[in-house]
Design a protein around this ligand. Structure first.
Ligand SMILES: [Zn+2]
Length: 412
């Protein structure tokens, strides 16, 4: 099985290389903004808006005269930026259409100009890319040292392109490759219901609990302090710039911890289970609830689901999304009794009908597990009785994820 994979790792640049990278990112940003302005002009004049190919042709003519500095950078950087611009417009029109159909409730934003204030940005290169154990060789930039040795695939992968990006003062390269992977084997692995939570990141119906790193919460004090120190510094001053950089670093640290823990859990689940049943949580709706927003963003529900979806394809695991209105917490997994109300604060409860003592998250995980198709019943679980087993209609997650509306499961 051939899969597209991206490998991202940090670069160890010298001053000369850093300057070259900044120049490339600058050229990409310039091309994007110039292209956006050109498209707007054409639109306002009632003409056909130029595509990325038209714009690149125009750009090549300009290179001879006004923007000769662009010869210093690889031609793929501005070219890819123009393609990204086309994608931004495709995305915009797709969302406008969805909005018209009433499938999208949020505001649809028109593509914006890129500003240096929002970071140096990134650029893409393709062509002769060679990976060595401790370095990567890129067109125009030459051999760049890597901070991590042996992470990028040296053999057995066809490299399609490389993206260089900057974040909080650190530079990264991400290479997109076509990798040969062993075909997934569907073996006798257990079914697992997974309840995503705020107190704990995930609870499996096999009893396994994945604790939350609470990365943001423990670093929040620091972030608030840095935020305040920025607002005290004069606009445009060097000290303000420094403080902004520090804040960006703190934010990145949080993001890294969060991503790492999600990667560990999703890898483990997709490798060891045959079916994983998740709640299709309405993340964007939940983040609007300000009491929950911080905690939910901290756990990264959407990222969790996204990772599980692609990893499950690699390892032959099936992901089922339960309807977002399925009250997984309120049912007793032993007898099927449904509570009218269960406060978020209540972590444990006793079933008034059969008297079973329930852990809130574990009970929800049992209920989710019972949504899996009945052909294979997993051992050791106390799933629902036959008569209250819900019907599951499975659908693939669409690209935008949150925009998928159709109900997928119903109680009979
Ligand atoms: Zn009960």
């Amino acid at each position: 099985m051939k899969v597209l994979c991206a490998f991202k790792t940090e670069l160890d640049l010298n001053d000369h290389q850093r300057t070259a990278c900044i120049k490339h990112a600058g050229a990409a940003r310039w091309a994007y903004n110039w292209g956006l302005a050109r498209k707007q002009e054409a639109f306002e004049a009632g003409l056909k808006t130029p595509t990325a190919i038209d714009l690149h042709r125009e750009l090549n003519v300009l290179k001879h005269t006004e923007i000769s500095w662009m010869y210093e950078v690889s031609k793929t950087a501005p070219q890819e930026a123009l393609r990204n611009l086309d994608r931004a417009f495709d995305h915009f029109f797709r969302r406008v259409k969805l909005k018209k159909q009433g499938k999208l409730k949020v505001k649809v934003g028109f593509p914006k100009f890129k500003s240096k204030k929002n970071g140096i940005g990134n650029f893409q290169l393709w062509g002769a890319i060679h990976v060595h154990k401790k370095s990567i060789q890129l067109p125009r930039l030459g051999v760049l040292r890597l901070k991590e040795s042996g992470y990028l695939p040296v053999e057995g992968a066809r490299i399609l392109n490389a993206t260089i990006s900057e974040r909080a003062g650190r530079w990264f390269v991400s290479i997109q490759c076509e990798v040969e992977m062993p075909d997934p084997v569907r073996s006798e692995k257990p079914i697992c219901g997974v309840d995503l939570g705020i107190a704990r990141m995930a609870t499996g119906s096999d009893g396994k609990v994945f604790e939350n790193p609470k990365a943001l919460k423990s670093n929040l004090g620091k972030i608030i302090r840095l935020q305040r120190s920025i607002s005290r510094r004069m606009k445009g001053s060097a000290n303000r710039k420094k403080a902004v950089q520090q804040l960006a670093k703190a934010h990145q640290k949080v993001a890294n911890i969060r991503k790492d823990s999600i990667h560990q859990v999703t890898s483990q689940l997709s490798k060891t289970k045959s079916v994983v049943v998740l709640e299709d949580l309405n993340v964007s709706g939940m983040v609007k609830n300000h009491h929950l927003a911080q905690a939910i963003s901290d756990v990264g529900f959407y990222e969790f689901r996204r990772q599980l979806m692609y990893k499950s394809k690699w390892y032959g695991c099936e992901v089922i999304l339960a309807d977002r209105f399925f009250p997984s917490s309120k049912f007793c997994s032993r007898c099927g009794y449904k509570l009218d109300k269960l406060d978020l604060k209540v972590r444990e409860w006793d079933c008034p009908s059969c008297g079973t003592h329930h852990d809130r998250d574990l009970n929800a995980a049992y209920n989710l597990e019972s949504l899996a198709p009945t052909t294979a019943s997993s051992a050791g679980s106390n799933a629902c009785e036959e008569d209250i087993r819900p019907v599951v209609i499975q659908a693939d997650l669409d690209e935008a994820g949150t925009e998928l509306q159709s109900a997928r499961c119903r109680f009979v």
